[in-house]
Write a protein that binds this ligand. Structure first.
Ligand SMILES: Cc1ncc(COP(=O)(O)O)c(C=O)c1O
Length: 390
């Protein structure tokens, strides 16, 4: 029987009792069951570290447990394990791709201004090294899927050698139509990395059908894996040129095994991914996604009552929704921190706030442990803070 969601299953996580936790998106929240699997792995590691590393992690001709995890992940996202490397974060995978693409002065790297700040900084750093230039496509909110495609394709020139496109944007929570964007980039001869930091577990994924050159995603957000369990997919034609961001003993083995060992590190987050997949499958992915979308639609309606419009149509939201809070003046960066702090300190509500184009954005995550009461508490708190009249 499918478990009932909301308060009924919140005890599967160790979230603070008094917290209304509406920000699964930033760092995820790992359930006890998966943490227990990771703890078992840690004990095994510490009981005989040599054997643990040599037999289960360090790449060899014969596949290791880490490679078996890549295969399991691959089965989950419709890709071959041989095209999947483990990385500790989406940032690490992105860094590896940026370092693997040969760039020269005059080349351009396309991103959108909904991209993740750390990714923008990485792009700027890589450009400074190579003489390439960032090309930031501006997409004002509210937007639509059609507008996103139009703005990105209109910006393409032969100089755009690499594009990094979010599958689900961080500040605005929009699921971008990557299935339409990727073919346009390919046609332009542009290599594409899809930044799917938020995607695995939040939306169904078929990486082979999407045909990106690279795809990076964090299992520690919506798939419920322990922190530090990201992975990088590389398509067969770019896999041979994909270099790890840290050079270590097995660099000569090439992608993906060159990523398996980058010096001594704790591999248990990746090894616990099968436990996370089992947990997620146990909840029932279709039921999870339907529940999350229903909550986000309810949230959209409630936020409208406060005068806060969505950053895009509700069809562009999955398990996160993002709303533009009405303001009397343009928002400043500090406003996001003040709002988050105030909601937490006063109401024990955790959300993610951002500022984009002078707009104060509130991003709400709907996870299976949330329910309609959480949204009601948020609305009451925003009302206390003076919205919609603020
Ligand atoms: C769109 C996007 N890209 C990249 C990242 C970076 O992920 P990580 O902190 O795992 O490197 C995030 C983190 O939330 C993100 O939202």
């Amino acid at each position: 029987m499918a478990p009932s969601f909301g308060r009924a299953i919140r005890s599967l996580w160790g979230l603070k009792e008094d917290a209304t936790f509406l920000n699964h998106g930033s760092f995820g929240a790992c359930p006890f069951e998966v943490l227990a699997a990771q703890e078992r792995l840690r004990r095994e590691m510490e009981s005989q570290p040599d054997l643990f590393f040599r037999e289960r992690i360090i790449p060899r001709e014969k596949d290791t447990e880490l490679r078996a995890v890549a295969a399991a992940l691959g089965a989950f996202v419709h890709a071959k394990g041989d095209n999947i490397a483990v990385t500790e974060s989406a940032s690490a995978g992105t860094q590896a791709v940026l370092r693997s693409v040969k760039l020269k002065p005059g080349d351009r790297i396309l991103v959108t201004h909904h991209g993740y700040n750390a990714v923008r900084l990485m792009v700027e750093a890589r450009c400074a090294e190579t003489g390439a230039t960032p090309l930031v496509v501006h997409i004002p909110v509210p937007t639509t899927a059609a507008e996103v495609v139009t703005r990105i394709t209109a910006a393409l020139t032969p100089d755009v050698k690499l594009a990094i496109i979010d599958h689900i944007t961080s500040p605005t929570a929009l699921v971008l139509p990557v299935e339409r964007i990727i073919p346009a980039l390919r046609k332009n001869g542009t290599r594409v990395l899809i930044d799917g930091a938020h995607s695995i577990g939040q939306i169904p994924l078929d990486i082979t059908a999407l045909q990106p050159d690279w795809y990076v995603t964090n299992a520690h957000k919506w798939l419920f894996a322990p922190k530090g369990s990201a992975f990088l997919y590389a398509a067969p034609d770019v896999a041979p040129l994909t270099q790890p961001h840290i050079v270590s003993h097995f660099v000569e083995m090439g992608f993906p095994k060159s990523f398996d060992y980058m010096g001594t590190r704790d591999n248990t987050a990746w090894l616990a991914i099968p436990a996370a997949i089992k947990f997620f499958q146990g909840l029932g992915p279709d039921a999870v996604w339907a529940y999350q979308r229903t909550l986000i639609a309810a949230c959209r309606d409630a936020m409208r009552g406060l005068g806060a419009e969505s950053t895009g149509p509700v069809e562009m939201f999955a398990a996160m929704g993002c709303f533009m809070l009405p303001q009397r003046r343009a928002a400043e960066v500090d406003d996001r921190f003040i709002l988050m702090r105030d909601l937490w300190d006063h109401d024990r509500i955790q959300t993610a706030a951002n500022v984009l184009d002078g707009k104060l954005l509130l991003r709400i995550s709907a996870q299976v442990y949330n329910d309609a009461n959480d949204i009601k508490r948020l609305v009451t708190a925003l009302d206390r803070l003076g919205w919609p009249g603020r």
